[in-house]
Ligand binder design. Sequence first.
Ligand code: SAM
Length: 314
Amino acid sequence: MPSNNVYIEIPKSHLIRLKNYISDIWKIDCTISNDYILIKDVDLSSLLKRIYNDEIKLWRYITRIYPYNSETKNYEEILTLQFQDKIFRVVGHPKEIEDKLLDDLDDKYELNPKTFTHYLSTIFLAQNYFYGLYPSHLYYKRPVDSFDPISRAYYKIYESISIFNISIKKDWKVLDIGSSPGGWVQYFRNRVNSIIAVDPAELKLKDLSGIVHLQKKVEESLEEIKKYGKYNILTCDMNQDPREIAQTINSLSQFMKSDAILILTLKMIFKNKQNQESLVNDTVQILSKEIKNMKVKRLFANSKYEKQLFGVFL
Ligand SMILES: C[S@@+](CC[C@H](N)C(=O)[O-])C[C@H]1O[C@@H](n2cnc3c(N)ncnc32)[C@H](O)[C@@H]1O
């Protein structure tokens, strides 16, 4: 059985993050090749299971995958595969190659994108065709996410909890600042008993029972925040200069339990990379008065101008 290699297609903006995730979290060697992730000598069935069952729903970001076990410069070679007695589907890239394959195979063999028993995977990169014929159970079909979060921000907290290895306990008190429209609150609502959400804007959750919403700025809510404390975790997704937020967080540390967790979205208010780096360093520096074990990561769910900070209150 020839070994399988796989090209994974993902938006360019997520390429490096995916490469790091596959190497660091899945512990699978991979490289970036021609703007794709390339994994060599992989068991396709296990890889697909891994993608479908991934903790952070990695499949949300993966567009297509192209497994291959053959490589050629000669297009005609692809047409010599054993297509007989099969119903198949063509998965090709770029689109012109897919169309050409469909044209060339359509007359002779049975093609059906729904009832296929096999699929032909072909990707043309750097003047080479990488191709293979696979049974339909090894076809990657991006799942439909039946869950409809209140905001896309939901996935930032979802991913943070997983990536930073946080075990949430039901009896935790969560202080979420900058909560509207409520994705993070939605994440916590069935996981903990007590949530204090602070934001002058509205929460869009249908049922707010069990959630205390302080509908004003965090700076104006200190008395009430104190009243409901102390908290096990402080989460903050406020759209404000992270250095200012760091000062606010330091002032809230008195209401946190020791070893409480901090999850903070750092909004990159500068476009320039160097300025962004200084911004992160300055924020970490300010926070270091009250926070230890800080880690900063770019999550899949982070936008182009965001990073995620994890830390533990002293
Ligand atoms: C990106 S949104 C938060 C999204 C939220 N995490 C979710 O899951 O839906 C940023 C929020 O921060 C709030 N915000 C900005 N400055 C604030 C402040 N000083 N105090 C409280 N909330 C603030 C804004 O009103 C806005 O709703």
